[in-house]
Design a protein around this ligand. Sequence first.
Ligand code: TEU
Ligand code: CA
Length: 573
Amino acid sequence: PDPTPWWREAVIYQVYPRSFADSNGDGVGDIRGIIGKLDYLQHLGVDCLWLSPIFDSPNEDMGYDVRDYRAVMEEMGTLDDVDELIAECHARGMRIILDLVVNHTSAQHEWFQKAIADPDGKYGGYYFLRKGSPDTPPNNWRSFFSGPAWRWIPEAERWALRLFAEGQVDLNWDNEDVRAEVADIVTWWMKRGIDGFRLDVINYISKAPGLPDGHPFIGDLLEFVGVEHYFYGPRLHEFLRGLRREGFTRREAPASTPRRRLPDGTLGDPLPPDMIGLMVGETPGIGMELGRLLSGYGRGEMDLIFNFDVLDNPGTTRWHTYDYKLWYLKRFYRAYDRHLSPNDWIAVFLDNHDNPRMLSKFGGGRESDPAVRTAIGKMLATIQLTMRGTPFLFQGQELAATNHAFEDVEQLRDVESINRHADLLTAGISPSDAWREILAGTRDHARVPLRWDPDGGFSEAPAWLAGTDTTPGFSAAEQMEDPDSVFAWHRALIALRRKFRALTLGDLRWVHRQKKYYFGYQRTLGRQRFLIECNTSDRPRKRPHVRGTIVPVLGGPRGPVMEPWEAIVSRIY
Ligand code: TEU
Ligand code: CA
C-alpha cells in the first residue's frame, strides 16, 4: 500500500454554502445547490470539498454559531440532502470534509440553555459561567467581535465567556464531558461518510486556569487583550490528541467511501475507509514553530494547519489599504521550507471566507483591467498549485473573483464588520476613514455569491448578500468556454499535478532566490523535474538563466523577456 496520505496530493476546495448555489430560489445557497454543481467541481478537478458550516444555527456569525451539531440549517436542506451530497462526492472520486466549530456553541444550543437554567448543574460546567456584579466582567479579555469577552446573563446571574459574537459562548474543554460530546459528534459524522473536519479556531480551546487578566501591552499589540491566555493553552496538545484518538479514529464503517481515481482519469472501485479522518486546524496567530508542534508528522495531533501569517505583509493587517508584496510570500514559503522536516506538510491558501480576495490585495486596483486580472489570477494560481503543500482553493479563485465595491455599511451582513464599523465611529474616527478601513478588510468581499453566469445566476431571488461583478468574461459560464481563462488555467494545473507527482510530493528548490521580482523554484521527484517561474512585477523583466533543456508545459513561449505577471511551468530535461 502507498504510505502517502491522500491529502498530501489533494487539491481541496472550500465551499461557502450560503453563497455557492441556491437550488430553491430563496436567495440562500443550499446543499442541493452544491449537489447540482458537483459536475462543475469534478470538471475543475478538485479532490476534496470543505464546506463552511451547514449545521443548525441562528446565524449570528453565519453558521459559526452552532445550535445543533446533528442537524442541518433549515435553509440549507436536510440530513438526507447531506447524505446524498456525501454519496455523490464519493461516486465522483471526491472526498468531503465539514467545518467543526467547537471552541464555542451558539447561546441557543441546548447545552447552554440548560446551563443557564441550572448554572450549578451538569451543563453549567460545559461553559465558563462566573458570578459577579453585572457591571464588572470577570477579567479584562476582549472579544474579537467588539466589546468585552464576557456577556452578562441576567436569568442566571452569571457572566458567560464569549470570545466571538454575543451569541457564541465558549465551551469549557477542561470538562471531560465536553470533550466526550465533541468526540461523539465527530464519530457520528464520520459514520455518515464524512472524510474529516476543518477545526474552527481550534488552538483557542484550552484556557489558562483561573482565566487571569491579559497583559494590556500584549493585548494592544495583537489587538485582543487576553489572547496570550488561550491562543496556545496549557492543555491544547492533550486535547487534540484525545480528539484524534476518541473522535477521528474510525471504529465503524462509513456509509460510503470515495471511488479510486485511476491514472487514466476513470474511476475504480470504492477505496477502503481511511483509518483516521483528516484534521485541518484553523489556528490564528500560531505561527510556524508552534504550528509545527500542532501538525508535525507523527505527533498524533492534526494533519494540517492554516498559518495566517501569509495573508498580510509585515506591519499591516487586512484593515489597511496597501498593495500586498509577493516577495513577502516568497520569504514566507522559504522560511517554512527551512523550518520543516522533510515529512512535515503545510496547507497552502491565499483566500478564504474571512478575508478580502488576494487578487485584489495584490492587484491594488490594477486588476480592474481584465487582461491584468487574468494574468494575476493565473500567476497566483500557479504559485498556489505548485508550492509544496496541500492547496486549499476558496470558491471563486478559479474565476479570478475580486473584491466587491460595496458602497456603505448597510450592504454588509458580517457581524464583525458591522460591529467594528460602529466601534470606529464611537471612537471618533471620521465616517470616511471608518468606511475605508471596513471596505479594505470586510469578510463580505469573499462572501458575495459565486457568479455562475454573466447576470449572476446564483439565485432567482435577491441574494442574502448582494454583490455581483459585472466585468464581461469572468462568470463561470464564460470562463469555462474560454481556453485562455483563469478557470482553464486552474484546471490545467490541477491536471498536471495529478499526472506528475514531482508537482505534489517533489522536493522544492528555489532558483535565483535573491531576485525580488522573480518567483522561481524547481520541483523534483526522481527524474521528473519542473521549473516554475513567475514575474511578480508589473514590468517586463529579463528572464534569469536556468541550466538544462527547458520545455514549457503550461504557458509560454519562454522568451528572453518575462512579461508582467507572467507565469510559466516547464519541464527540465
Ligand atoms: O475565524 C477565526 C478568526 O480568528 C478570524 O479569522 C476571525 O474571523 C476574525 O477575522 C478575527 O478578527 C473562524 C471562522 O473562520 C470565522 O468565520 C468565525 O467567525 C470565527 O472563527 C468564529 O467562529
Ligand atoms: Ca436556497
